[in-house]
Design a protein around this ligand. Structure first.
Ligand code: C2E
Ligand code: CA
Ligand code: CA
Length: 558
């Protein structure tokens, strides 16, 4: 029997109508009296049958009940019961008093045994519905609470709200202060949430996750979440030291219970994952979140196999020197040729891979392929520098620059043929560590460029410290040129600033001649975009390049 069924069994037993049991015991005792009397009196063995109702009373009513019914049983078989019915000889008082005392003792022991069993069962019940270290109700208790919601009467303008709360800085906290701090944080948070409103039910559903289950007015959900978010950001006290905590929340609102209770929890947890990914305070569950999470997992699951099975390859897109129209080099862009899904663009899988360690394998793959391609071209007499996209996470990983140099060395390629593109957002992940790693790479003659320039927020203040040769202005600005004044101002300012610092500028997303002419006018150095070529496989690029070199005049007449 599993614990849950065992508990139910005991629950039902203690729920039995006590008066019914009293009646049963009394009937049994009367039955024993009749049996003893009918069989000739107390001197025969049948008086021992009295143990049955006495043991039963102890079992049901505990030690006190056992003693009382022991005494009653003793009296029933006492002064009113002759030793021998036939002769009518009555018992000596000491006889029946001794027996009565003995019965009471038996009742008491049966009660003690049953009390112990009862408290053990209670303990089991507590354990199966609580987290032992925090003492908070656990996942099973939550599932139970959701099940019970379906029994509640539904009010038209009240909804159920289930919020999964986790600590954003849990890894840092655990590393600095041990796991105890996480538990303490959740205990203190749980107290705050119940203090906020006594009707909030709090559960500790995971090693580092609280769940709040409450009922709210439809229109008040936002305010409620805001309040919860605010009170959870107050520092906690750990060993009398205030500790800063940051929380993330995923939540789901529902009116009726139409699915299994676990589903609601899963939805809130899926929304919580998105809150983590997008660094948001709280995220509501929407129907696409769960399917997205599933797809995420299946894509990541397949990606590793895809790498080893050769489903991934690099395409190349030329970068043009605006002043001369020459091809300055190519950017390597990864493509996944999926046997079932067809061509998958990097936007679909790169960001997912970045959330796992797969990004390391992926970047190393791109680097090695690109270096291999440089070598193949060199063998054909083509000197074509290749730039490779690097994820921010790669750069802060120890040994990254060594890995890059090892591959270059292995293929016998000089470092200045390889350019690394790092997104502006990525630089901010750990700026000091990044600068250190970039300096090592530049020291080894590699070329570094900042990708998607203009989409980050704060790299301008670091630009002078970064050993970069080129900034690539994000296509979101370039595509609006030349008519959008705001975009034009930003691009012009970026060109001026970069030139002042001795850094070259490339415009991404050059789709038409008008944009190209404008870029030439403001002195932008390089251009990349569909106007020249889409990203294409290496052999196709070779053919494109031959044709491009034979073009009658410069790009302006293409
Ligand atoms: P990105 O580095 O900004 O690459 C430029 C993207 O713009 C490419 O998309 C390219 O196909 C597209 N593009 C080029 N010219 C034009 C144009 O004229 N108009 C428009 N609308 N788009 C243009 P793609 O190949 O889908 O790559 C998307 C992103 O995926 C890249 O953005 C880059 O951040 C990332 N990525 C690609 N390959 C790799 C890789 O090997 N490793 C890593 N870590 N990231 C990669
Ligand atoms: Ca790029
Ligand atoms: Ca870019």
């Amino acid at each position: 029997m599993d614990t849950e069924r065992l508990l139910k069994y005991f629950d039902q037993n203690t729920d039995m109508k006590h008066w019914g049991v009293v009646l049963v015991i009394l009937i049994l005792m009367t039955g024993v009296y009749a049996l003893v009397y009918q069989t000739g009196g107390i001197k025969f063995v049948y008086s021992h049958s009295m143990y049955i109702p006495i043991l039963l009373s102890g079992l049901v009513f505990g030690s006190a009940g056992g003693i009382i019914f022991g005494l009653i049983g003793g009296i029933i078989l006492g002064p009113f019961m002759p030793i021998d019915v036939e002769t009518g000889e009555s018992q000596e008082s000491i006889n029946w008093l001794y027996r009565t005392g003995f019965f009471a003792l038996i009742g008491f022991f049966s009660g003690v045994a049953s009390d112990a069993a009862r408290s053990y069962v209670k303990k089991l019940q507590w354990i199966s519905f609580h987290d032992r270290s925090t003492g908070l109700p656990n996942r099973s208790a939550l599932i139970d609470a959701i099940k019970k919601l379906s029994l509640q009467k539904n009010s038209a303008d009240l909804s159920h709200l289930l919020i999964a709360v986790s600590l954003e800085n849990k890894i840092e906290l655990k590393a600095a202060l041990g796991f105890g701090v996480i538990e303490e944080a959740f205990v203190q948070l749980a107290k705050r949430f119940t203090d906020q409103d006594k009707s909030n039910q709090i559960f500790y559903t995971d090693t580092a996750q609280l769940v709040i289950l409450t009922r709210i007015h439809h229109r008040k959900a936002e305010d409620f979440l805001h309040e919860i978010s605010n009170i959870s950001k107050e520092p906690i006290l750990y060993n009398d030291i205030p500790i800063h905590i940051d929380t993330r929340m995923g939540y789901v609102i529902f009116d009726r219970i139409s699915e299994e209770p676990e589903v609601y929890l899963r939805k809130a947890e899926a929304a919580l994952t998105v809150a983590y990914q997008q660094e948001l305070d709280s995220v509501p569950y929407t129907s696409d979140i769960l399917s997205c999470t599933k797809e995420n997992l299946s894509i990541l699951g397949e990606l590793k196999g895809a790498l080893s099975e050769g489903q991934l390859s690099l395409y190349y897109q030329p970068k043009i020197v605006i002043a001369t129209g020459e091809v300055h080099g190519v950017e390597a862009l990864i493509r996944w040729h999926h046997p079932v899904r067809g061509e998958i663009l990097p936007d679909v899988f790169i960001s997912r891979a970045e959330q796992s360690t797969l990004i390391d394998l992926l970047t190393e793959f791109s680097l090695e392929q690109a270096i291999d391609q440089i070598k193949r071209w060199q063998e054909k007499g083509i000197s074509m520098p290749v730039s490779v996209n690097i994820s921010p996470k790669n750069l802060v990983k120890p040994g990254f620059s060594k890995m890059v140099l090892r591959h270059l060395n292995h293929y016998g390629i000089s470092s200045n043929m390889l350019e690394l593109e790092i997104t502006e957002r990525g630089l901010m992940l750990d700026i000091e560590r990044t600068i250190e790693e970039l300096n090592q790479l530049v020291g080894a003659q590699l070329i570094i460029s900042i990708d998607d320039f203009g989409t980050g927020y704060s790299s301008l203040q670091y630009l002078h410290r970064l050993p970069v040769s080129l900034i690539k202005i994000d296509q979101s600005f370039i595509l609006k040129l030349p008519n959008d004044k705001g975009a034009a101002n930003i691009v012009e300012a970026a060109v001026t600033l970069a030139h002042k610092m001795g850094i070259k500028v490339l415009a991404e997303g050059v789709e038409n001649q008008q944009i190209y002419d404008y870029l030439a006018k403001i002195g932008c150095d390089q251009a990349q975009g569909f106007l020249f070529s889409r990203p294409i496989p290496a052999e196709e690029f070779e053919r494109w390049w031959i044709a491009y070199k034979r073009r009658p005049t410069q790009v302006s007449s293409m």
